[in-house]
Design a protein around this ligand. Structure first.
Ligand code: GMT
Length: 376
């Protein structure tokens, strides 16, 4: 198949899923064309079947806002024509689904019928998309896609609740490529460079936006470290970085926290980890939690959005109400204070992550592509 993938090329989950999907398809002989404003950060696989097309927006002083959607839809038209693409798979509705609709209409006039598959990832529905500023355009472009998928049942329900949807929505979960998560031996996973032998390592990975409630991460860690000697690794950059650093300083725990910045190699960082914290306000799926579980790390999370579909309460970790940092800390201590219990939770986390392996989920996307090309 010949597929164009449109996504945000950054560290966000939607870009990661789109990039991993494109690389997996190319590895299996499909022709994949990434169309975006920058090479995706996770794109580390070189193949004759992977192409990258940069969307370039020339600055023009008349424009207060540069028209990215126009440049994107023009680029989509150009690439579909040049490479005979059958599908445009757009990840994140804003503005990708809208730009794909425009490209589809332009191509139709030239007698070309390209199919548009839209995958909704979360904040494009729950936070940004349903805002009155965008709602009509998002609803229109969802209803005019050939196929719509969401990354969890919870996001499907949210989409149906927040918009007037006339299209069927299929659920295709986030996935994990276990080839990137081999059992890392002690020699590769140098835990002692981060923590002393008696210390546990707790991790949080996110873009540190308000929806992630990074301040709760600090509160939970503060409570845990009073009972269990431990270190906290924070991976990712974002607007709340400075305020949580101040918060940690005020609580006197700054020297127990390592800010690692953005990383392309979360799999390697997670090998250090005994516990993962994800106290988000909402999470359509929680790819970061799945990545942690694939690295044998139990998860302390909220029970919001799609998180209960991934993290199983009392088995792979625990779920608490948003903001209940006492409960999250209590659950974290329960897991960490007993070595055998920790090992059991680690094993359970890995077993659960295997349900979301690339091998299990990729066929769902391929089936969607085959059906839409066949006109089913
Ligand atoms: O979590 C973020 O802020 C990034 C965001 C994105 O759109 O890139 O992630 C969303 O998509 C991921 C991949 O499908 C999901 O696993 C995340 O749960 C989802 N984030 C939210 O719903 C907040």
């Amino acid at each position: 198949m010949k597929i164009g993938i449109v996504c945000y090329p950054t560290f966000g989950g939607s870009g990661v899923v789109a990039t991993e999907l494109g690389m997996a398809l190319a590895e299996r002989g499909h022709h994949v064309h990434f169309i975006t404003y920058k090479q995706p950060v996770r794109l580390d696989f070189i193949s004759k079947d992977i192409h990258f097309h940069e969307v370039f927006v020339e600055e023009y002083s008349l424009f207060h806002f540069q028209p990215y959607e126009l440049a994107l839809s023009s680029k989509m038209v150009e690439v579909v024509k040049e490479y005979d693409l059958e599908i445009l798979h757009v990840h994140y509705a804003i503005p990708h689904a809208y730009a794909a609709y425009m490209a589809k209409q332009m191509l139709k006039q030239k007698g070309i019928d390209v199919k548009v598959v839209t995958t909704l990832h979360g904040t494009d529905i729950t936070l940004v998309g349903s805002h009155p500023n965008y709602k009509s355009a998002v609803e229109f472009s969802i209803n005019n896609s050939d196929v719509v998928t969401t990354v969890s049942n919870s996001l499907r329900e949210d989409t149906l609740r927040l918009f007037n949807i006339t299209k069927e929505i299929k659920v295709i979960y986030n996935f994990i490529d276990f080839e990137q998560y081999p059992e890392i031996g002690d020699e590769e996973c140098l835990r002692h460079t981060i923590a002393n032998d008696n210390e546990r390592i707790i991790t949080h990975i996110s873009n540190l936006r308000p929806v992630k409630r990074a301040s709760d991460v600090i509160k939970i860690f503060y409570k845990i470290q009073k009972e269990i000697p431990s270190k906290l690794l924070i991976v990712g950059e974002g607007p709340d970085r400075e305020s949580i650093e101040c918060q940690a300083k005020e609580l006197g725990i700054l020297e127990k926290i390592l800010f690692m910045g953005n990383s392309n190699e979360v799999n390697k960082l997670l090998c250090y980890s005994d516990l993962f914290l994800l106290p988000s306000e909402t999470e359509s799926f929680g790819l970061a939690a799945l990545e942690a579980m694939a690295a044998r790390t139990p998860v302390i999370s909220t029970n919001s959005g799609g998180l209960p579909e991934v993290n199983i309460n009392g088995v792979t970790g625990f779920l608490s109400d948003v903001g209940d940092t006492d409960d999250m800390a209590k659950n974290g201590i329960y897991i960490l204070k007993d070595f055998d219990r920790l090992q059991q939770f680690k094993q359970n986390a890995l077993n659960q992550a295997k349900k979301f392996s690339l091998e299990n989920i990729l066929p769902d996307y391929k089936e969607v592509y085959r059906e839409v090309i066949a006109g089913c």
